[in-house]
Write a protein that binds this ligand. Structure first.
Ligand code: FE
Length: 232
């Protein structure tokens, strides 16, 4: 209860408050449905704030729910690590493609119809037996969304952002990746102007696999440098 005696519990305020009238509109939004906690159907504070914001913006005709659903669908279903994995797999099969990817990843991505970088550059860095690359955004959470989709929660975590540069080997160890002392670790700090794609080493035992089969082996975390790909 608040000072006016109204019920303001988080679970109920949307149905008892002034936003209730917009429930039908909000209920039609996939964005709102996606905010449900899959565990018990309850909603997190963030989900509720999102729902309230959507309600207000929709009632004021500032956003179109259909447009918003299309954006959410784009980043949840059409964009994802499978896009980056395709580039990586092809780079394993085609030396010329790999060279072009390392020279100008953005141009290669654009040629393949991968768009949405909105002016940011894209740089591909390749792992080798001697060099391991790790990507972070120390300032916030800059990430190559068009290639990898939504960033994982740990990528946005302040501990990862601080420790990836201060102690990358320690961070990688906690990810389960123990690098030999002789392997150089290069940490790339993403910004609003530049995003990075790690090309992991091709796993052993994958000779003769098709591009599709190889792409299926490429994980999101390997393209951030948080893991390597084990033998087939
Ligand atoms: Fe950032």
């Amino acid at each position: 209860m608040d000072g006016d005696g109204k019920n303001v519990s988080r679970r109920n305020f949307l149905t008892t408050g002034s936003l209730a009238a917009s429930g039908a509109v909000v209920g039609a939004s996939g964005a709102e449905a996606a905010a449900q906690d899959p565990e018990d159907g309850a909603q997190s504070d963030y989900a509720l704030r999102t729902r309230a914001l959507v309600s207000v913006l929709t009632r004021k005709n500032l956003v179109d729910p259909a447009t918003m659903d299309a954006v959410v669908d784009f980043y949840e279903n059409r964009v994802g690590p499978h896009v980056g994995a395709r580039l990586v797999a092809r780079s394993w099969l085609d030396a010329d493609y790999r060279r072009r990817l390392l020279d100008d990843a953005r141009a290669v991505a654009r040629a393949e119809g991968v768009t949405g970088f909105q002016g940011t550059d894209l740089v591909a860095v390749a792992n080798t037996p001697a060099v391991h690359n790790l990507v972070v955004c120390t300032l916030c959470s800059c990430y190559p969304w068009p290639l990898l989709g939504l960033p994982p929660a740990w990528y946005k975590d302040t501990a990862y952002r601080a420790r990836a540069v201060a102690d990358p080997r320690g961070v990688l160890r906690e990810f389960g990746l123990e690098l030999d002392d002789g392997v150089e670790v290069r940490v790339w700090d993403s910004t609003a102007e530049i995003r990075y794609l790690v090309i992991p080493e091709r796993p052993a035992g994958t000779d003769g696999l098709s591009e599709d089969a190889l792409a299926a082996r490429v994980t999101r975390d390997s393209m951030v440098g948080a893991e390597t790909l084990g033998a087939a």
